[in-house]
Design a binder for this molecule. Structure first.
Ligand SMILES: Cc1ncc(COP(=O)(O)O)c(C=O)c1O
Length: 382
């Protein structure tokens, strides 16, 4: 039996090990650990890569999305339209900002937020006075749309930006899973007002620990995020507001700089593996991922669907394939949100049918074939 893990970070580490040790040696000899040259250079390099004026390194992706929401001007008690089919951190970020999530359903083919469902909420539940969108049920202001580029594929940003413009809403991208993904030739993280990235170690661009970043073209938003990540400090020990301790650290920034140089190559390999999966699995009774015509998917996760999900998942695990489920319980069904008592039929159906297959840049063709042969054997009766 072969062992094919969901992700393999050791191979990535071996690729950058020598350069990394040299950089870490220099950092540790100099002991400049506080927002030093590697953080500053990474911010510049990642900002250029995404195509924005500013990137601000922060401690993790949850903070990145949280600060992005606050800096975009979402006030306490206001509403943010988003999805339930995401990692729980998206919702936590909204809650931490003092705002309230309005979760709408997803597109069944791409698993990303449905612009039709956003419009349905706005047109049936809200009123617009030409400047402000207000939820008629409680009179609360709806301030923003927060699309998540789930699994490495951009949400439908064209229509989302149109809706936002019409109803004067901010757009905050949760790009935690989509470093390098594009929509209509533009990198995600450069399309909305502001975006939050996670550089958690298993992401397409990941630190060897926790890290995150905020990208924006708006200087006021960038200024605010810089204050938020550092206790509201303008200058050392001069606090102009209450903030947080949410800085990116120098050792992680060095890792990110080395991996950023390889990100396009690694994403191309992920896309190649996805094409192999699509080909090998095309005649089986499963649904393979659909790429939106304007989106360039970077396959943070390769997610298939079958009604026999639990059986297939167990079979894969028993046969050495590190399958995952992202995510088995939608956010609106999680304990702290249960009382909302909302129904999102596509989200709920998808959560019961999805399986993530192993995908990472150092996976071999033989690994991909083994995963596909195992799935074939399952459908042939195991
Ligand atoms: C969609 C999404 N948003 C936010 C986050 C939070 O990022 P972090 O784990 O770096 O805090 C994640 C992390 O997995 C994520 O997948």
């Amino acid at each position: 039996m072969r062992n094919v893990p969901l992700v393999d970070l050791k191979a990535q580490y071996r690729e950058i090990k020598e350069e990394l040790f040299n950089m870490w040696e220099e950092i540790l000899e100099g002991m400049r650990l506080y927002l030093g040259p590697n953080v500053q250079t990474f911010e510049k390099e990642f900002g250029e890569y995404i195509g924005v004026a500013d990137c601000i390194g922060v401690g993790n992706g949850t903070e990145a999305v949280h600060y992005a929401i606050r800096a975009a001007g979402v006030n306490s008690g206001e509403k943010v339209i988003t999805v339930s089919h995401t990692f729980f951190a998206t919702i936590e970020a909204i809650i931490h900002a003092g705002a309230e999530p309005v979760m709408v359903d997803i597109n069944e083919d791409t698993y990303n937020i449905s612009p039709d469902r956003i419009l349905e909420y706005i047109e049936t539940k809200c009123r617009f006075d030409g400047e402000t969108l207000i939820d008629k049920s409680d009179g609360k202001v709806v301030r923003a749309i927060l699309p998540v580029h789930l699994y490495g594929q951009s949400a439908c940003m064209g229509r989302i930006m149109e809706i936002a413009k019409k109803y004067n809403l901010k757009v905050i991208e949760d790009a935690a899973q989509a470093q390098g993904a594009e929509y209509n030739g533009r990198k995600v993280g450069s399309i909305g007002d502001v975006a939050g990235f996670s550089f958690y170690f298993s992401k397409n661009l990941g630190a060897f620990g926790e890290a995150g970043g905020v990208t924006t073209n708006d200087p006021d938003i960038a200024y605010m995020v810089k204050r938020l990540r550092e206790h509201g400090q303008k200058d050392k020990y001069h606090h102009e507001m209450f903030g947080f301790n949410g800085r990116l650290d120098e050792l992680q920034a060095a890792v990110l700089r080395l991996k950023l140089k390889r990100l396009d190559k690694w994403n191309e390999r992920r896309r190649m593996i996805a094409r192999m999966y699509n080909d090998y699995l095309s005649d089986l009774p499963i649904k393979t991922p659909v790429e939106h015509e304007k989106a360039k998917h970077v396959y943070h996760l390769y997610v298939i669907r079958t009604e026999r999900r639990d059986e297939l998942f167990n079979y894969l695990r028993e046969n050495g394939v590190g399958a995952g489920i992202h995510y088995p319980v939608p956010c609106h069904k999680q304990e702290p949100l249960k009382e909302l008592n909302i129904s999102l039929p596509i989200t709920e159906k998808v959560a019961d049918e999805i399986i993530s297959l192993p995908i990472h840049p150092h996976m071999t063709d033989a690994d991909v074939e083994y995963v596909c042969d195992t799935i074939r054997a399952f459908f042939a009766g195991g």
